[in-house]
Design a protein around this ligand. Structure first.
Ligand code: GDP
Length: 312
């Protein structure tokens, strides 16, 4: 990839896509293209093919997907599997037909089995049953990863994929019905502070462990892989560190200086109890995360306050 290469970031307005665009610009890449959902419907095969034929991107970051937290995944499984398969099938096949130099497909750590040995190595993929709350999304992502692998094997296409851990950052989804835990808790604690509410409700037992990576680190790892990795196997992207949902809740409470109570709603699902990625492969290639969790959360809180994202 050289600084003038034509780079298409699919999903450039999303949490990850927007961070990839920032990272590419910071590194001096000048020819980056993106299309909004209105301009290009990625579930429409004809539109996607027309776009690739006309624009001829040389490099593709496939960061477009229908995403959501535990509640959204549970409620809309049909939409999650269908839309994600459509988006990735259309883009990967068009990238093949219109001779894209290299493509990076972005998956997610929920593709690994529910009862997976920890920390999770890349090779543990498909070694057991999936977590039922996000099975639809996971099946689609596994199909995308395999598709890249098989196009590489059969046609020598330079298509690679990576599996990030739970991500967070400024452009996150702060809607409580569909968001992941990090933006949800930031919103809940902030709202409770402003409205002087006596307690904040955290879903589940608080015992599940999760690993969190700031999206700016994720974007940096993506451009690093695009520049340095050609293997058939996907690469985990994470910090290698984990925290309980309960400890996370108290960390956010402190950062926001909320004085009320924290309550756990055990009627809500915990999901997978542990989901820690092994990141030795990525570290072996020469990349390591930079943003520590507390600093990362402070950045997000500052961003949403400055830009009035929660508009309370
Ligand atoms: P997951 O990592 O795929 O399970 O998705 P989430 O980020 O949605 O949930 C992670 C964990 O945080 C689960 O155990 C949730 O029950 C828990 N959690 C606690 N409070 C919340 C909340 O307000 N929203 C969400 N989405 N999860 C929460």
């Amino acid at each position: 990839m050289n600084k003038a290469s034509k780079i298409y970031v699919a999903g450039h307005r999303g949490l990850v896509g927007s961070a990839i665009v920032r990272n590419l610009k910071d590194k001096g890449y000048t020819n980056i293209i993106g299309k909004t959902h209105k301009e290009l419907d990625l579930t429409n095969q004809l539109e996607v093919r027309k776009f690739f034929k006309e624009e001829k991107p040389e490099y593709v970051f496939l960061a477009a997907a229908r995403v959501g937290g535990i509640n959204a995944n549970n409620t809309y499984p049909a939409d999650f599997i269908y839309e994600n398969l459509e988006i990735q099938n259309n883009i990967i096949k068009a990238a093949h037909d219109f001779k894209v130099e290299k493509l990076l497909f972005l998956g997610s750590s929920c593709i690994y089995p529910k009862e997976c040995k920890q920390p999770i190595k890349e090779e543990y993929l498909l070694s057991g049953y999936l977590e039922s709350t996000n099975e639809a999304y996971a099946i689609a992502k596994i199909a995308g990863l395999k598709m890249c692998q098989f196009f590489k094997r059969q046609y020598k296409d330079n298509f690679i994929s990576c599996m990030p851990t739970n991500l967070y950052g400024p452009n996150d989804n702060f809607n409580l019905q569909t968001s992941h835990v990090m933006p949800a808790l930031i919103r809940k604690f902030y709202e409770a502070k402003v409205k002087k509410l006596p307690f904040v409700e955290v879903w589940g037992t608080g015992k599940p462990l999760r690993e969190f990576l700031h999206v700016d680190d994720m974007a940096d790892a993506c451009t690093f892989l695009m520049e340095n990795y050609e293997g058939e196997e996907h690469v985990n992207i994470g910090t290698g560190k984990e925290i309980s949902i309960s400890a996370l809740a108290y960390m956010i409470k402190d950062i926001i200086s909320y004085e009320g109570e924290v309550r756990f709603d055990k009627g809500k699902p915990d999901g997978t109890m542990r989901k820690l990625l092994e990141v030795k492969k990525l570290e072996g290639l020469g990349w390591k995360y930079k943003i520590e969790l507390e600093q990362g959360i402070k950045n997000v809180v500052e961003y949403i306050l400055k830009n009035n994202i929660l508009s309370l």
